[in-house]
Design a protein around this ligand. Structure first.
Ligand code: ATP
Ligand code: MG
Length: 311
């Protein structure tokens, strides 16, 4: 028999406790006082290189826990989970998504990547392409970039806003305030409809990004990841950091928190992201649905039929 909930599974209970301890320091529920300068992209929670195997173990047990939680999420079919990933280039979004989710059943999980909008997307309001990709109940949806690009790249490059075909009289000085407000409202609405939202900003330092870009240039098997445009974008570093900080201040809420995850050490980033997801899903009190008496009678009857088969 499978366990009914984390409380009944000592292993899962222990993993959830560890996950909470590891991830909570990076969670921002209320961003009012948040400052990027107070957090360190190189933070490893006091763990050193010698602790890497332990972090990998934590990631492996997190992966198992996640597989179990996802199975219950799917069976219960009430909640949906939306995981949003935002970061500067080469911060490790793709790798984090790959490692953290590698144990889950692909049928219950979908990843969407949002790039520069197409002409069809520009013909709609900016939330459109994301809202039509939201996860169904019972599923985990991952946004690799998201509607948050609308207060990041679009804020750093006003020409992108100009390309959005908005009626000019709606684009005033308050346009960014309106966007934060609308995003908060969307997330509140989704939370009230059973969509659990967790948002991850992978916080890489400017120096580490440079090192990773050089690696992409120098190592032939990484050449494909390199794009000259990324180096140009790096020139706007301070404007991006400013936009990230304001975004976190404006859109962190208890029901839809940001995790500002140190991203200069990939092994640590992945362990924290995995832990945050385990913590979040465990908070839902997921259970396998209990069958009622009619269903039990049906199972007993089917069992009898199967056992009485002649061949
Ligand atoms: P990644 O950089 O995430 O690994 P990628 O390199 O495969 O993915 P790109 O082709 O670089 O993908 O597409 C992502 C680019 O699209 C980013 O530079 C991002 O800022 C940009 N983008 C995303 N949404 C928008 C938007 N709404 N308006 C303008 N640009 C956007
Ligand atoms: Mg890119």
């Amino acid at each position: 028999m499978r366990a009914q909930s984390d409380k009944d599974t000592p292993d899962l209970g222990r993993i959830v406790q560890g996950a909470r301890r590891l991830s909570r320091p990076y969670r921002v529920d209320n961003g009012r006082k948040f400052r990027l300068q107070d957090v360190d992209p190189g933070d490893t929670g006091g763990l050193g290189a010698e602790d890497k195997p332990r972090a990998r173990e934590a990631l492996a047990s997190g992966r198992e826990a996640l597989a179990e939680l996802q199975d219950m999420l799917y069976a219960q079919d009430r909640w949906a989970v939306l995981l949003v990933f935002q970061a500067m280039d080469a911060a490790g979004k793709d790798g984090a998504i790959k490692h953290v989710m590698s144990g889950v059943n692909p049928q219950g999980c979908q990843v969407f990547s949002f790039k520069a909008p197409t002409s069809e997307e520009l013909d709609h309001d900016y939330l459109w392409r994301c809202t039509k990709s939201l996860p169904e109940r019972g599923r985990i949806g991952i946004f690799n970039r998201s509607y948050y690009e609308e207060v990041l790249v679009v804020k750093v490059h006003p020409e992108f806003l100009a390309a959005q075909k908005l009626p000019p009289k709606l684009v005033g000085k308050k346009v960014w305030d309106h966007r934060y407000q609308d995003i908060r409202a969307l997330e509140r609405y989704l939370s009230r409809n059973g969509v659990l939202i967790r948002k991850f900003f992978l916080n890489v330092s400017r120096d580490e990004q440079k090192r990773r870009f050089l690696e992409r240039i120098d190592e032939p098997e990484k050449n494909w990841k390199f794009s000259a445009g990324d180096v140009k974008e790096r020139g706007h570093w301070d404007a991006y950091m400013d936009a990230y900080q304001t975004m976190i201040r404006e859109t962190s809420t208890p029901e839809s928190p940001w995790y500002v995850v140190p991203a200069d050490n990939k092994w640590y980033t992945r362990a924290v992201v995995s832990a945050a997801i385990v913590d979040a899903m465990a908070s839902l009190g997921l259970r396998y649905p209990k069958v009622d008496d009619a269903k039990l009678a049906e199972l007993t009857a089917a069992r009898k039929v199967l056992l009485s088969e002649k061949r």
